[in-house]
Design a protein around this ligand. Structure first.
Ligand code: S3P
Length: 425
């Protein structure tokens, strides 16, 4: 098992980074959605991390041909999708497992989805229950709540579904199911979650629109979709570790190039701004999504409360908690119970590790308070959660840090360690 020994930085950094990992959510979707066309899709800057490579392998097991040339992946879909000869391994990825549930439910054949020890204890009822209610056959441990999951393709009914959980994974699974259902379907969420699925599928020609009552209306596919020809932008959630580093290390700044500026993905940067950091967004492209550069510069940070649009922040809250630990006053995270069912229980992982670093906190069922203070070097346990390992590595830039079990970083950000070393130069 790999570990990191982070040294405190001796001086501030001012850096432009143009090779942060590509967007994970968009890369998963590129691989999967290419199967909805009958022509090859060309995907430049596909994220070559464990999670998205697993999705690519599943796409191959379903009959697609995948060619990789430098930074471009070409996916040629088969004439007919095939029933895989083996189990489909989603590794650590909830996105892969939940989206494939929606995608596979209406395909002819039998499929077994599994994952690593962390994914196989995460709740799948949020997708299996609504899918079963429209005719899907999904079974697994706890009646289909825990993987390994067994899916047998079935004809799906159309639906009107108001989701009790604000989750882009659930929304995407249901949209994918709706594309092959018997009639028009409608899906509603309380608060808008990341909308890559809607943007990409409508860009490929699917009929998906949001009506005045906030329902997403989806019509079944009448013909194959247009293929994708896309350059995947930088992942704002991965880039946020370096944004946090610039915000907490006095005198530092970072420019992050070619990031998706989709409003559902950059809320954490806006929270940093509210805390007092200098943050600038420079939009310069639009391909399915607004794309541009983000510049973050250190300024003294003030405490903040976050409790709305939590799904827009969910992946960044661990790093944001490190910024909160360096802010003056008590910061509060509320309405964030979803953190408990991520790659680890992120409320526990954050507060227990902050505690080891000498930061005072209060834990609640749906969030926590962080009382700004002075970080001290500690031995951190990542709990196998990539975002915990990376967040506390960033904290280590101030005081040094020993982090156990850092292999998980490879699920989303393979060159994280290399980029961290750049800050010392
Ligand atoms: C994702 C959705 C979010 C996010 C995850 C990626 C996606 O999960 O936390 O990292 O690509 O759809 P939820 O939909 O469970 O909130």
């Amino acid at each position: 098992m790999k570990s990191f020994n982070i040294q405190a930085l001796k001086k501030p950094f001012n850096i432009v980074i143009d090779n942060i990992a590509s967007d994970k959510s968009i890369s998963h979707r590129c691989a999967m959605f290419s199967l909805l066309s009958n022509e090859p899709s060309h995907i430049k800057n596909f994220l070559t991390a464990e999670d998205t490579l697993n999705t690519l392998s599943i796409v191959e097991q379903l009959g697609a041909t995948v060619e990789r040339d430098d930074s471009t992946v070409t996916i040629t879909p088969p004439k007919e999708l095939v029933e895989p000869k083996d189990i489909l391994d989603c590794g650590n990825s909830g996105t892969a497992m939940r989206l494939f549930c929606g995608f596979l439910s209406s395909l002819e054949g039998s499929f077994v989805l599994t994952g690593d020890k962390y994914l196989n204890i995460r709740p799948m009822n949020r997708v299996s229950v609504p899918l079963k209610s429209i005719g899907a056959y999904i079974d697994g441990r706890e009646n289909g709540n825990k993987a390994p999951l067994f899916i047998k393709g079935a004809a799906l009914e159309s639906f009107v579904y108001e989701s009790p959980v604000d989750s882009a994974q659930v929304k995407s699974a249901m949209i994918l199911a709706a594309l092959r259902a018997k009639g028009n379907s409608k899906y509603k969420e309380n608060e808008l979650t990341r909308d890559h699925t809607e943007r990409m599928l409508s860009g490929m020609g699917a009929s998906i629109r949001t009506n005045d009552q906030g329902f997403i209306e989806i019509s079944p596919l009448e013909k194959p979709l247009k293929p994708l020809d896309i350059t995947v932008p930088t992942d704002p959630s991965s880039a946020f570790f370096f944004a946090t580093a610039a915000a907490i290390v006095p005198g530092s700044s970072v420019t992050i190039k070619n990031v998706t500026l989709n409003p559902t993905r950059i809320e954490a940067y806006k929270v940093l701004q509210r805390m007092g950091a200098d943050v600038e967004f420079i939009e310069n492209q639009n391909v399915y999504e607004p794309i541009g550069d983000i510049i973050v510069k250190h300024k003294k940070l003030e405490a903040v409360t976050v409790g709305e649009n939590i799904s827009w922040l969910i992946d960044e809250l661990p790093a944001l908690s490190i910024a909160m630990s360096q802010a003056k006053g008590t910061s509060l995270v509320k309405n964030a119970k979803e953190l408990r069912v991520k790659e680890s229980d992120r409320i526990k992982s954050v507060v227990n590790n902050l505690d080891l670093c000498g930061i005072k906190y209060n834990e609640f069922d749906d969030g926590y308070e962080v009382i700004g203070g002075s970080l001290k070097k500690a031995k951190i346990d990542s709990n196998g959660d990539h975002r915990i390992a990376m967040s506390f590595s960033i904290a280590g830039l101030l005081c040094g840090m020993d982090i156990n079990d850092t292999d998980c970083i490879l699920t989303s950000f393979p060159n994280f360690e290399e980029l961290l070393k750049e800050l010392e130069k």
